[in-house]
Design a protein around this ligand. Structure first.
Ligand code: F6R
Length: 643
């Protein structure tokens, strides 16, 4: 990270926001960690210390608990401490923030199920001390039920420690925009964005309940200590609004600005929109390194809408960047330096241009023919994210391999699968297996997990689509590798953990091919998502293989997935595309037919993947043009990863 904001202490102690220079703009105390794992462990330790302290005093410890992806690793660490260090939950009383309504306790999407699965089933908490809003109470009893829940919290003297996540609407608990600062436990209608975010877990928006029961903002604010967790780039905007914005019912998390013992615990991505992280020169004097200079000058160019070479000393001085000129001399010199730096990221030869001076090129010219592995988390990320570069590597004669890390089978809808199996019935009219798949798909209910045969069918559909696309790009089938990493093969949204088996598969392929270049999805939008796990699998494999002599010649390039692009200052290689190359890329994405037209995991962006990819690649090209560099139709961007 380019600034010194990362927390290095072993304890998260509260400091009042606004009193210190480095928290200018900020109204809530926050700490930033290199990774969500490291941060979660410290939060779990704070909870464990509180439990132990209360135990020594002979008191109960009242915890307010959250569900969702954010607290998962906190619960993991608490369970570990229970198992390995004897941390007891006998004196713990818990109140969960919320529950979908209506929902049954045995529904695997219920928060009841989640809490037992992640925590309660693995520690010695007394059953009667667990409180989770009940998604099965009748409509007419609901109002009184909520009042009783609130009273029960008060009867314990309130919550000692409240764990929170934050929704992209700014909700805490399920207190959606519009919630009152003094609201208590009540039923609430879920916001559209919240339902969209929950849609993958429910296998589609239509299955997500429209209502929930939630503790109120007032209930939460009465807690003695509040820790809110936010991980990943998807949370960056709302985290900034909550910490820096004015208090408003439109972003209920801003109500925490008035609580005097709240800490937001963030990873680097979630903190990336905070002013002190994004534009530190506006907050304090900076130690300028090359990366920070580049970031700042690009920011200045975008702010003033001037290309690099037209920025003046006055522009720098007016925008908090005079100290950069003290180091660099006049704007003129710095502008040229930045122009050249960005210019040197552009290449039409992603595998290196043979027989030329490569000192100012992103890739080496030698060896002229490189062995390349493109790792693709799902069977279509290769073409969506780097279809243009992929095609160039093949055309320029490199030995390109594609490795699909997961089968991507859960993203094939039942309707799509049925279509294929009905075709196959024509060819195998007597097959009982085909009949049983048809029967299963036609009668499948919401909570049914696909049978092994159905998963195999869905995997095969994605394989055939991938092969159609890679053949179109010009790759021989033997260079396409379907790794089917085991962590993914649970048949449900919730994936298993990365194990040695996954990493071994990755290592074997790399060791077999001995690549000069590896491309991988450096997509950190969702730290619990498949892309992140696939990236972790690669990083682990690289660690293991690093001592091998061929790895010294291996360069790793990270591309970003369908949703985000690298910030311009982070780009180390920019591969331009002509209008025809854009069309070719579009065609290769089209082969992934099961992922077209309102697919299961669309998110809240209704554009199809090819549209998103083109919009993104065109936006990158426009950024380059606006900085005063060449004007291309589209650009794919990569960041080099050093290991
Ligand atoms: C969950 C809850 C919600 C989540 C929030 C973030 O009990 O109350 O406020 O904390 O929606 O969810 P994740 O962590 O899944 O991003």
């Amino acid at each position: 990270m380019i600034n010194t904001v990362i927390n290095k202490t072993k304890e998260i102690s509260y400091r009042e926001a606004g009193k210190f220079e480095e928290t200018r703009f900020e109204k809530i105390h926050n700490v930033i960690f290199e990774s969500s794992t490291e941060a979660s462990i410290l939060v779990a330790h704070e909870i464990a210390n509180l439990i132990r302290r209360k135990e020594e005093l002979g008191e109960v410890c009242v915890l307010g608990l959250a569900t969702g992806s954010s607290p998962v690793k906190v619960y993991e660490e608490l369970v570990r401490m229970h198992r390995e260090e004897g941390l007891s939950f006998k004196n713990v009383v818990t109140f969960n923030l919320d529950e979908y309504y209506p929902i049954d306790v045995d529904n695997i999407q219920s928060y009841y199920y989640f809490m037992h699965d992640h925590l309660f089933n693995h520690v010695d908490i007394l059953h009667e001390n667990i409180n989770i809003p009940d998604g099965t109470v009748s409509d007419q009893d609901l109002h009184q039920y909520c009042i009783d829940y609130e009273m029960k919290i008060q009867s314990y003297g309130g919550i000692d420690f409240q764990l929170l996540g934050i929704g992209r609407t700014g909700h805490i608990g399920f207190n959606e925009p519009g919630s009152h600062i003094n609201s208590g436990t009540r039923a609430i209608t879920l916001d559209y964005i919240t339902r969209v975010d929950a849609a993958p877990a429910f296998l589609g928006l239509k299955n997500v309940p429209r209502k929930a029961i939630t503790m109120g903002v007032g209930t939460v604010r009465k807690a003695k200590r509040i820790v809110l967790l936010a991980w990943g780039i998807n949370k960056a905007d709302i985290v900034k609004q909550a910490i820096e914005g004015e208090m408003s019912s439109q972003v209920p998390a801003t109500y925490l600005q008035e609580h005097d013992n709240t800490t937001f615990v963030l990873d680097i991505e979630a903190s990336s929109e905070l002013t002190r992280v994004k534009t530190p020169w506006l907050v304090k004097s900076c130690r300028w390194n090359d990366e920070l200079k580049c970031k700042a000058v690009i920011w200045l160019s975008e702010l003033t809408k001037k290309p690099f070479l037209k920025l003046t000393d006055k522009d720098y001085n007016d925008n908090g960047m005079s100290s950069i000129l003290t180091e660099e001399g006049a704007a003129y010199d710095l502008n040229i330096k930045m122009f050249n730096k960005m210019q040197h990221t552009i290449t039409g030869w992603p595998g290196g241009k043979p027989n030329v001076d490569d000192s100012n090129r992103p890739e080496r010219s030698e060896p002229a023919k490189k062995r390349v592995i493109i790792f693709s988390p799902h069977p279509d990320d290769d073409v969506i994210s780097m279809g243009g570069t992929f095609a160039r590597l093949v055309e320029q004669g490199h030995e390109v391999h594609v490795a699909y890390q997961t089968s991507g089978n859960i993203a094939v809808s039942n309707e799509e699968a049925l279509k294929f199996v009905e075709v196959s019935k024509v060819l195998n009219s007597n097959s009982t297996e085909v009949d049983s798949i048809i029967h299963f798909l036609k009668n499948k209910s919401k909570n049914d997990i696909d049978t092994l045969e159905v998963r195999k069918l869905k995997t095969t559909i994605r394989k055939s689509e991938s092969l159609a696309a890679t053949r179109y790009v010009g790759l021989p089938d033997e260079n396409v590798h379907f790794l089917e990493l085991p962590f993914y093969e649970t048949g449900t949204i919730k994936k298993g953990k990365l194990t040695e088996a996954d990493i071994r598969i990755m290592c074997e392929l790399i060791d077999d091919i001995k690549p000069h270049q590896i491309y991988a999805a450096g997509d950190l939008a969702d730290p619990h998502g498949t892309h992140k796990v696939c990236l972790d699998a690669l990083f682990e494999a690289l660690k293991i293989l690093k001592p091998e002599s061929y790895m010294k010649d291996c360069w790793v390039w990270l591309y970003r997935g369908a949703w985000h692009e690298w910030e311009t200052y982070q780009i180390d290689m920019a591969v331009p595309m002509s209008p025809d190359q854009v069309l070719k890329k579009r065609q290769s994405i089209f082969y992934h037919q099961s992922q077209k037209d309102g697919v299961m995991f669309q998110g809240d962006d209704n554009r199809e993947f090819w549209v998103r990819a083109e919009d993104r690649n065109r936006a990158t090209a426009k950024k380059y043009k606006d900085l005063g560099l060449a004007d291309y139709e589209a650009i794919e961007a990569f960041k080099r990863y050093y290991f």
